[in-house]
Write a protein of this length. Structure first.
Length: 462
C-alpha cells in the first residue's frame, strides 16, 4: 500500500472518529437546553416564558463569544503539526487574556438586561424572573468560556474524548439538579426558572474544575508546558487572535440572528405558523450538529497538515471531509424529506400542526444540504485565514436574501409573485440564500487550495 493511500485511510479514520466524538458531545450540550425547557414547562407557563426570553438573550451573547474562541482551533492545530508543543502552551496562556476581554461585555449585558427587555417589550410581570435567571447565567459565563478554550485545545490536539465525556456526565448531573432546584424539596425552596440557571452554573464550574485537573495531571498535556508563569499580554499574538476571532464572532452573530429573527417575523402569522416553524427550526438545529462536528474534525486535520508543511496532505484531508459530508448529509436530508409527516407527528399530535410542519420539512432537507456545505467551507476557510470575505457574504445572503427576501415574499410579494403569509417563504428564501452561500464559499475554498503551498501563512485575516 502506498504512503499516500495509507495517509488517506488514516485521515479518513481520524476525521470520522473525531467528528463522531464531537457529535456526541454537541448533542449532550443541546440536551442541556432541552432539559431546562421540559423542567420549566412542567413548573409553570410563566417559568417557560421567562426561560425562553432569558435563553434567547444568553444565546445572543454566548454564541458569538464562543465563535471567537473556537477560531483559535486552526492556530493550535498548525502548531501541533509544526511540532511546537511549547508554543501551544504559550498561545493557550495568551488566549486567557482574550477570554477575560470577552467576559467583560458579555457579563455586562447579562447583568444589566433592562434596556433590551424594555426594547423587546417583555411583559413587566416576567422581568424579575428573567433578570434573576440572567444574573445567575452571568456568573456561569466565565467558566463556560474557559471550558470552551479547553474544548478548542483538545480539538486542535485531535483528542476530543475528554471533552465529550465531561459533557455527557455533566448532562447526567444537570438533569436532577434542574428538577430539584426548580421544584424544590429536601430542604431546598422552589426557585422556578432560576433553579435551572443555578444548575447550569454548578455544571459549568464542575466541568472547568475537572478540565483544570486533567490539564494538570494527564501526560498528553505535559509537552505543552501549560503551567508556566503567565506572560504579559503579547500584542502581536492577541491581534492575530482578534483578526481570526472577531470576524468569526460576527459571522456567527449574523447566522444566529438570521435564524432567530425568522421566528420573530413568522410569529405575527399566528400560533399555527409559529408551532410549525418551531418544529422545522428544531430539526434544522439537530441536523446542523452533524456538519458542525465534521467541520471541526476536518479543519483540525487540515490545519495539522498545513502546520507540518504538507500542503498535499492538507488538500487530501479537505476532500475526505467533503466525501464524508456528502455521504452522511445526503442520507439525512433524504430521510427528512421522505419521512417528513412521521417526523412532524413525533413533535405534535395536533393534525394541523403536523400538516404544516411536514410541508416545511421538505424545505429543511434542502436547507440542510446547503447548510452542511457552507458550514464545512467556512471552517476550512479559517484554516487559510480567510474570514472577512465570508462575513460579507453572510451579511448579504443571510440577512439580505434570506430574511429580506422571505419577509418581502411573505408580506408584500414582488412582481408577479403574490404575497404568501406562511413560514414557507422564509424557509425557501433562506434555503436559496444558503445554496448561493455554499457555492461562493466552495469557490473561495477551491481558490485557496489551488494557491496554497507548503509554507504556513501569516496569522492575519484576508
Amino acid at each position: 500500500m502506498s504512503h499516500k493511500t495509507e495517509s488517506s485511510l488514516s485521515d479518513r479514520s481520524l476525521i470520522a472518529r473525531h467528528a463522531g466524538t464531537v457529535l456526541v458531545g454537541q448533542l449532550a450540550v443541546m440536551a442541556f437546553g432541552v432539559t431546562d425547557t421540559i423542567v420549566a414547562g412542567r413548573h409553570a407557563q410563566e417559568s417557560l416564558a421567562a426561560l425562553a426570553i432569558g435563553s434567547a438573550l444568553y444565546i445572543s451573547v454566548y454564541v458569538p463569544l464562543l465563535g471567537m474562541l473556537s477560531a483559535l482551533l486552526p492556530i493550535w492545530a498548525e502548531l501541533r503539526g509544526a511540532r511546537k508543543p511549547q508554543a501551544i502552551g504559550g498561545s493557550l496562556r495568551q488566549s486567557l487574556y482574550l477570554c477575560a476581554l470577552a467576559c467583560v461585555p458579555g457579563m455586562a449585558v447579562l447583568l444589566h438586561p433592562d434596556p433590551v427587555l424594555a426594547w423587546t417589550q417583555v411583559p413587566e410581570a416576567l422581568r424579575p424572573s428573567v433578570e434573576q435567571y440572567l444574573a445567575v447565567l452571568a456568573l456561569a459565563l466565565p467558566p463556560a468560556l474557559l471550558f470552551r478554550v479547553f474544548s478548542t485545545l483538545n480539538q486542535a490536539l485531535g483528542h476530543p474524548q475528554w471533552v465529550t465525556w465531561l459533557q455527557v456526565v455533566s448532562l447526567l448531573v444537570k438533569i436532577p439538579l434542574s428538577i430539584w432546584w426548580t421544584f424544590g424539596g429536601a430542604g431546598m425552596p422552589a426557585m422556578g426558572v432560576v433553579g435551572c440557571g443555578w444548575a447550569t452554573l454548578v455544571v459549568n464550574c464542575g466541568m472547568l474544575a475537572v478540565a483544570l485537573w486533567l490539564l494538570r495531571t494527564q501526560a498528553m498535556y505535559a509537552p505543552l508546558q501549560v503551567w508556566q508563569r503567565m506572560e504579559p499580554p503579547n500584542r502581536a499574538q492577541l491581534a492575530a487572535f482578534a483578526r481570526l476571532g472577531i470576524p468569526s464572532a460576527l459571522a456567527v452573530t449574523v447566522e444566529v440572528t438570521s435564524f432567530t429573527l425568522m421566528a420573530l417575523f413568522i410569529a405575527r402569522q399566528g400560533t399555527l405558523a409559529s408551532a410549525a416553524h418551531q418544529i422545522a427550526a428544531n430539526m434544522a438545529a439537530v441536523l446542523y450538529m452533524v456538519p458542525l462536528s465534521l467541520a471541526i474534525a476536518t479543519s483540525a486535520r487540515v490545519s495539522y497538515w498545513r502546520g507540518a508543511g504538507q500542503a498535499a496532505h492538507a488538500q487530501q484531508a479537505v476532500y475526505i471531509g467533503f466525501r464524508l459530508l456528502a455521504l452522511i448529509c445526503i442520507a439525512l436530508a433524504a430521510i427528512v424529506f421522505i419521512a417528513n409527516h412521521w417526523i412532524a407527528s413525533v413533535y405534535s399530535n395536533d393534525a394541523q400542526v403536523v400538516m404544516a410542519a411536514a410541508g416545511l420539512l421538505g424545505w429543511v432537507a434542502l436547507y440542510h444540504l446547503a447548510d452542511a456545505v457552507q458550514t464545512l467551507c467556512i471552517f476550512l476557510l479559517r484554516c487559510f485565514r480567510i474570514t472577512l470575505a465570508p462575513l460579507v457574504v453572510y451579511g448579504v445572503m443571510l440577512w439580505g436574501v434570506g430574511l429580506g427576501g422571505g419577509y418581502l415574499w411573505a408580506y408584500h410579494g414582488f412582481g408577479p409573485v403574490a404575497s404568501l403569509a406562511s413560514p414557507v417563504p422564509f424557509w425557501a428564501a433562506s434555503a436559496a440564500a444558503l445554496v448561493v452561500t455554499a457555492v461562493v464559499f466552495a469557490a473561495m475554498l477551491r481558490r485557496a487550495l489551488l494557491s496554497s503551498s507548503a509554507s504556513v501563512p501569516e496569522e492575519g485575516a484576508r
